[in-house]
Design a protein around this ligand. Structure first.
Ligand code: SAM
Length: 285
């Protein structure tokens, strides 16, 4: 399709919205892209080729989908809003490699979509469910290679943050345990209609073949991390002590830290993923 006829041209988007008398639903996080440069950046960051299967979450009226269809072998787009299904029927009519499924992505059996073949996830995500979607994919068993998504800038910063920064937290560690993050672009509100209240960013998470650290008890690792950041101003020792979901004594943590040569007054926000894993291993012995 010629670029000026695509929905990334704001004129085309407005025309189709008026034609279908479409009302944006805030509750579904509907902010549609209207900037071809941003869409190009998303598709480039996702490194899509004609060999690729792509899962798009929330195609909206099909703006990003039109570009994905031209770059990929096959695209499956899952959209919760039934009002958008007839719109997508029109805007994607000329692409025979796109399938639209009217479902809630959080209830979808993702692996059955591509019959066990690998796929890349690409989306301008509905921001209200960014974390459940991404953590569901990372912790799940589906065969995705990478996730390239538009999310809130503040959440992207947290995903790629390292120790000792104010953005560093349980989300950074959970994401970096499974994937390698790369910030592909910062995107201002005027690239969408309606404009979101916050800045956005495109982040790519490439799945690691093995988790970044090997640990005897994954549940214990993430329990420790959760405890450490529940009260991030406290020392790790005091944060763990106050966290009743974990059956770990302050004395054991103190002994493990000393054995590791780490100051026992350290805060969780100063520990690397490797140090959290080593601590979890010592505590599970
Ligand atoms: N991809 C389009 C674009 O870039 O212009 C639309 C992106 S908009 C930020 C998010 C889309 O996700 C909306 O179309 C919304 O209806 C859809 N959506 C919201 N919650 C969803 C869910 N649980 N499952 C599938 N789609 C969802």
């Amino acid at each position: 399709m010629e670029d000026n006829l695509k929905l990334s041209n704001p004129k085309q988007t407005i025309e189709i919205i008026q034609k279908y008398n479409f009302n944006f639903k805030k509750s579904f996080g509907q902010n549609f892209l209207i900037d071809s440069h941003v869409i190009d950046k998303i598709v480039r960051a996702a490194e899509i080729t004609k060999e690729d299967n792509v899962l798009e979450i929330g195609p909206g009226i099909g703006t990003l989908t039109q570009y994905l269809a031209e770059a990929a072998g096959r695209v499956v787009a899952v959209e919760i809003d039934e009002k958008l299904i007839p719109v997508l029927g029109e805007t994607l009519a000329e692409y025979d490699n796109v399938e639209v499924i009217n479902e809630d992505i959080l209830k979808c059996d993702i692996d059955s979509i591509f019959g066990g073949e690998s796929f890349k996830v690409v989306a301008n995500l509905p921001y209200y469910i960014t974390t459940p979607i991404i953590m569901g994919l990372l912790e799940g068993k589906s065969h995705f290679e990478s996730i390239t998504v538009m999310i809130q800038k503040e959440v992207a910063d947290r995903m790629k943050a390292g120790p000792g920064t104010k953005e560093y937290g349980a989300l950074s560690l959970a994401v970096q345990y499974y994937a390698e993050p790369y910030l592909a672009a910062n995107v201002p509100p005027n690239c969408f209609i309606p404009r979101p209240a916050v800045g956005s960013a495109v982040i790519r998470l490439k799945r690691l073949i093995e988790p970044k650290v090997s640990v005897k008890d994954e549940k214990l690792l993430f329990g420790l991390i959760r405890a450490a950041f529940m009260e991030r101003r406290k020392t790790l020792l005091n944060a763990v002590k106050n966290y009743r979901e974990m059956n770990i004594s302050k004395e054991n943590v103190e002994a493990a830290l000393t054995e590791m040569g780490i100051d026992t007054r350290i805060r969780g926000e100063a520990l690397t993923l490797e140090q959290f894993a080593a601590l979890a291993d010592k505590l599970s012995d």
